[in-house]
Design a protein around this ligand. Sequence first.
Ligand code: FEO
Length: 170
Amino acid sequence: MNKITQLEINNQINEELFSSYLYLSMAAYAKERNLDGFANWFTIQAKEENDHAMGFYSYLLDAHGSVELQAIAKPENKFANPAVVFTEAFKHEQHITKRINFLYDLAEKEKDHALKSLLKWYLDEQIEEEANASKYVEKMKMAGDNGSALFMIDAELATRIYVPLNPRLA
Ligand code: FEO
């Protein structure tokens, strides 16, 4: 594996761990406001991001690369309201999609077929990640300031269940 590919996979491990940290921060924001369903959804999202990071971590080791963990930036912990949390989550997922596309372009340029194969899982996952966040951006818009609508969305978010993801076994 060349040095640039190795560096960018290490950068992606950091991006995914930061994503986990960001969603954990969003979960705490929700929990502090007794939005238990929101907190459940974002806690599971944080766990999935850790799974995403581990997919790149284990790939890098198996491909005889070197893992170099970097400092994780401090995530935002102040949000204007619960709707903004989903808007920010959606924006963040769009950023991650750009990163995965960038990695795929790099793998194509380097003719790294194994990396392309791994990244196909992440490309599909990003479609789902953006769709999930965007769905709740829209639902929150519809709810507006209506307390009972917010209560219903919170109840829906409470039903999410964590299923461990393993990009290497997909
Ligand atoms: Fe790891 Fe939400 O993308």
